[in-house]
Structures are given as C-alpha cells and as structure tokens.
Design a protein around this ligand. Structure first.
Ligand code: ATP
Ligand code: MG
Length: 569
C-alpha cells in the first residue's frame, strides 16, 4: 500500500498513561488505541501483527493434529454452576442478565463450554483423543488493567483443550502442546523460558508457564544456577528446614511500642532483628477467618496459603474483621490469645524461640513468645515466598531471580471438569469413564506486547520479520523528483511481485519525518531512493535491527532485500 492512503496515526509525544515500552510504542507507532480501561482497538498495523501471530499459532497447533473451531463469548450461567465456578470466580467474571432475567457471563476461559459440547458429542473411546482450539476474545474484569495489551479486560486468547482416555494419553497431549508452544514463541522471535507453575483456581496438577524474559514482567521466576530448575516464585517450595534451634525459653512479657506497627518499626524500636519477629496476617476465606504467620523477614505466599487452606476464595481480611478477631487496631494482631480462629504457621515460625509478636492491643507487643507454649499452631505448612540466594529445591545450587511476562500456560486438568459436567465415554472394556482433559492458553495480544518489550530501542520498535506488519518500506527522498518517484514505484512493485510485503512512503513529508516514522513503526528493512539512484543507479538499504546501511545498484535491490529478510533462502 501507499503510506498516504493508510491509517497510521503516529504520535510524537508519549501518552501520559503509558508506563512500559511496549505500551508507549504501540500507541505512538499507531498500532493500538484505547477505548476504555483495559479495552483496546487494534488499528490496521496492529491487526496485521495480530494476524501473523495467530497464523503462527494456527500452524503449530494444526501441525500437532489440533482442529480449530469457534466458541461463543456469551456463556449461560448454568454451565458455570455445574462446574462450581460461578461462585469461585469472583468479581473478575463479567456477569449480566438477558431480557428474561437469565444469568450469563462473558467467557474468561472456555472449559465449561467445551466440556459441555464434548459430553454430548463424544461417547466412545474410538472418538478419542481430540485436540480442539479456538482463538477469540476473553473477558476478565481485572483489578488492575494496565500496560496496554499486557493486562486487558478484553483480550484475545488461543485456548486449546485436549481430551484423552487416560493419564498416559494426557501426557502425550501435554507433550505435544509443550512442543507447539516452544515452536510458537521461537517463531515469534522471543527469548522465553518454560517454568513450573501453580495450577491455581483453574484446578489440575502439572502446569508450565511460558515466560518471556523482560524487566517489565509482572511475574517473578526463580531458576537454579547449577541445575535446570526454573519455576514461578509462587510455586518454589522451601528446602527442608534444619534442626530445632536450641535456647532457653524466657518468660513472656508485654512491652509498649507506641506508633510502631510495621516489622521495620518494631525491629528498630525494640532493637531486634526482623527474623526474630512473627508477622501475623489475618485472612478471610469462604469458610473461615484465619491467622497466617511467617517470620518478619519473610513474605507470605498467598498461592501456597490458598492451597494449604483448601478453600475457594482467599482475601486479606478488612480492618473490621481484624479488629473483631484481635480486639486491636490493624497492625497489632498477634497469635497469643487470638479469638477462636485457626492459626497456620510457616515451619520457620514453629521453630522460633523468644520471638516478638503483636499483643492484640494498640501500641503493644509481646517479647519472649514461644510457639507451642504461648499459642497453639493448627497447621504447620510452607506458606512463605522463597527469594533469590536461597538453596534450589532440587540440588545444592543457589536460586537466581528474573522477571517474566507470562505469554502462555499449559495445564493437566485431569478429570476436574469432566467429572463436574459429566463428560464420560465408554472405554474398550465397556466401562464408563470420565474424559481426561488438559487446557492450553496463549495470550495473543500479550505476545505482541511482549515482543515489543524485547525488541525495541530509543527510536522505536524492531519487529522480528516473522511478525512485522510489513517487511519493507520504500522511501523516495523527494516526491517532487519524478525520476526518484518512478524508481521507487518500480522497486515497490517488484517487491510485491516477489511476495515481499512492502509499503511505499509517497507522503509529501521531509525525509527526516519519514525516517523517524519508519524507525518508530519498526519495518525490518527500509529502501531509500535519493539523488544517487537517479545519478549513479545506487539505492540505500537500511536494516532496522542493526541500523546498518548498504548501497547497492538498482538491479541488486530485490535480491539484497530478500537476503536481509530471509537469510537462509
Ligand atoms: P495472569 O497470571 O497474567 O493474570 P493468568 O494465569 O490468569 O494470567 P491464563 O488463565 O493462564 O492467565 O490465560 C492464558 C494466557 O492468556 C496467559 O498466559 C496470558 O498470556 C493471557 N492473558 C491472561 N490474562 C490476560 C489479560 N488480562 N490480558 C491479556 N492477556 C491475558
Ligand atoms: Mg496463567
């Protein structure tokens, strides 16, 4: 196309709302526009990138024998009641009623829809296995939609579901998807790492997240410096604890700590180290209020806590609840004399001697608190975050930290949904069994944003050729010079004839403006036709990723561009 006829609204200034590079650049280069918080329109350039990513995904899914379908976004509540998730999903699920007052939601994921479909259509082991997927909009009313396409409330996902006779079949399907995901992200030009993860609210057991390594990532990964262990920090378990520390248990004492409620304030006020303090956090689940205890220098891992409490929902308790169970304002809760609630403590806490805790009274703490003697622990369980520098759970190595963007996740679901929705099949032995399922998601828009996070410089985006909106921009320096324009048009047409995706910047703008836009948009190759083309038959070819230029004769242009774009050809 000719740039003068295209909608590419580039911006000189960075919009104030954009914090990270991909968000800034996708707005500035005219790929996306915001419609509402977490809701975006893909402009023509954005749509081209999106389609390329979707095609790579399709090719890799189909290569593994998967079949594409299209499922509805609008989903009836009944199916969500059957799976039990209508009440589990919480405020992220966008719910609404139709004119007959029937409940619906906008699908955040499609386990319910596809399991209900499969229970009607699949009856026999002869129809298994199946790998079924679709690419479509998903809706999640995220607490903090941000970073543009990274965390939207409406976003595009590829979700695939596998259906097998048994665990062995599931293992094979999972392996196929692991391979397909690896190929997709490689072909999108991303530097990524599959990591072990927690299966969270979706249920199931084994799961991997595909993390694009980038400082702006919202996820933290810990990986071992000597073995190949890598996991989401939420999942990393604590290496086995050492022996009980010895020490004489002193008499518990109340001390005044005016104005000191954080661990730092208390540790400074009392002159103790943070690891001698017990941090007490009050949580509310769908069943109970509980106190969770970790050492003062540790952070609670809410994913582990959620799993340990066997609940459907888990939230930090509000101030009123904290005051009710502790009898004190927020900041002074402690495990001694707490009102009839269960106490869950990290193993490190269970071993502490003469610790400091809140005293359930304003401006007061206890010193010389001894678990077991001064309060009872109901559950001892690993509920803390592991941090970089600690020992690897698999070997003697040390853990290192990196930030990641989760672009995809694969899960072994097992029979959670097939049992709930009664999706069964008749096996060869004549027995009725629940279908064994897996689910596999890729965030398409997030993958696009992640690519920009990894591939940009101070001038703009540097698209990998595989997902660039166009391969080449042809720029005549002077649109007033008829000969330059003629040569440029000729090269542009030849490129199109060769199947190379080219645009012609025929705008009556200064060359500087055109070059700035081209760098911002990130065309992999730029062909510049100036005076030299007319006078010396020479054209300049510029490679966006290295910013190198070569001068070649007009006859050599097509060949050189092809070599730059597809070096193996
Ligand atoms: P996150 O932990 O980032 O909220 P998730 O684990 O809830 O994501 P999944 O249910 O695993 O997400 O969805 C599959 C994929 O969909 C994710 O790996 C991610 O690429 C994408 N995705 C999830 N939520 C969003 C969102 N709000 N905006 C854009 N993409 C998303
Ligand atoms: Mg996920």
């Amino acid at each position: 196309m000719k740039v003068s006829e295209m909608l590419i609204p580039t911006l000189r200034e960075t919009p104030a709302e954009a914090e990270i590079a991909s968000h800034k650049l996708l707005l500035r280069a005219g790929f996306i526009r915001k419609t509402a918080a977490g809701i975006y329109t893909y402009l023509p350039l954005g749509m081209r990138v999106l389609k390329k990513i979707m095609n790579i995904i399709r090719e890799e899914m189909d290569r593994q024998g998967a079949q594409e379908m299209l499922m509805p976004i609008m989903q009836p509540a009944e199916l969500w009641h059957e799976s039990g998730r209508w009440h589990v999903y919480g405020p992220e699920l966008m719910r609404f009623k139709d004119r007959h007052n029937r409940d619906f939601c906008l699908g955040p994921t499609h386990e319910e829809i596809i399991t209900a479909l499969v229970r009607n259509e699949i009856k026999s082991y002869k129809q298994l296995p199946q790998l079924l997927y679709h690419i479509g909009n998903k809706y999640r009313d995220e607490r903090r939609p941000r970073f543009g396409l990274m965390r939207g409330r409406e976003f595009i996902m590829k979700d695939l579901y596998s259906f097998d006779r048994d665990e062995e079949g599931l293992d094979k399907s999972y392996q196929k998807m692991y391979e397909a995901y690896t190929n997709v992200f490689k072909r999108c030009g991303l530097t990524f790492r599959p990591v072990e993860a927690d299966s969270g609210a979706i249920g199931g057991s084994t799961t991997h997240e595909f993390m694009v390594l980038a400082d702006s990532g919202e996820a933290t990964i810990l990986f071992c410096d000597s073995c190949n262990y890598a996991a989401n920090v939420e999942k990393v378990s604590v290496p086995a604890a050492g022996a009980d520390p010895a020490g004489e248990k002193l008499e518990i004492k109340e001390v005044k700590t005016p104005g000191a409620h954080t661990v730092e304030q208390v540790s400074e006020f009392l002159g103790v180290e943070p690891h001698q303090i017990i941090k007490t956090l009050i949580y509310k689940t769908d069943k109970e209020v509980v106190a969770a205890l970790v050492r003062g220098d540790r952070e609670i891992n809410e994913v582990k806590l959620y799993n340990a409490l066997d609940c459907l929902r888990l939230d930090l308790a509000d101030a009123k609840t904290v005051e009710e169970v502790s009898g004190a304002p927020v900041g002074f809760a402690g495990p001694v004399n707490l009102k009839d609630i269960r106490i869950i403590a990290d193993p490190e806490v269970a071993q502490m001697v003469n610790a400091v805790t809140g005293a359930n009274k304003a401006d007061t703490h206890y010193i010389n608190v001894n678990p077991g003697r001064d309060f009872k622990i109901n559950i001892v369980e690993d509920i803390r975050m592991v941090t970089a520098g600690e020992k690897c759970p698999n070997c003697e190595g040390r853990l290192k930290e990196a930030k990641g963007i989760e672009v995809g996740q694969i899960f072994k679901l097992g029979t959670k949904y097939s049992k709930a929705l009664k999706a069964t099949f008749l096996d060869e032995d004549g027995k009725e069994k629940p279908i064994v399922m897996g689910c596999y998601g890729i965030g398409v828009g997030r993958t696009m944003a992640a690519s920009v996070e990894q591939n940009h410089d101070e001038d703009g985006i540097i698209w990998p050729v595989s997902i660039a909106p166009y391969h080449v921009i042809v720029v005549p320096i002077s649109t007033k010079d008829e000969q330059q324009v003629r040569i440029a048009e000729d090269i542009y047409k030849q490129l199109l004839d060769k199947g190379i995706e080219a645009v012609l910047d025929d705008r009556k703008e200064r060359p500087g403006v055109k070059f700035k836009d081209a760098d911002l948009i990130g065309y992999p190759v730029r062909v510049v036709i100036g005076k030299n083309a007319v006078e010396n038959n020479t054209v300049e070819i510029y490679k966006r990723s290295t910013k190198e230029t070569v001068n070649v004769s007009i006859e050599e242009v097509i060949n050189t561009v092809q070599q730059l774009l597809f070096p193996q050809v």
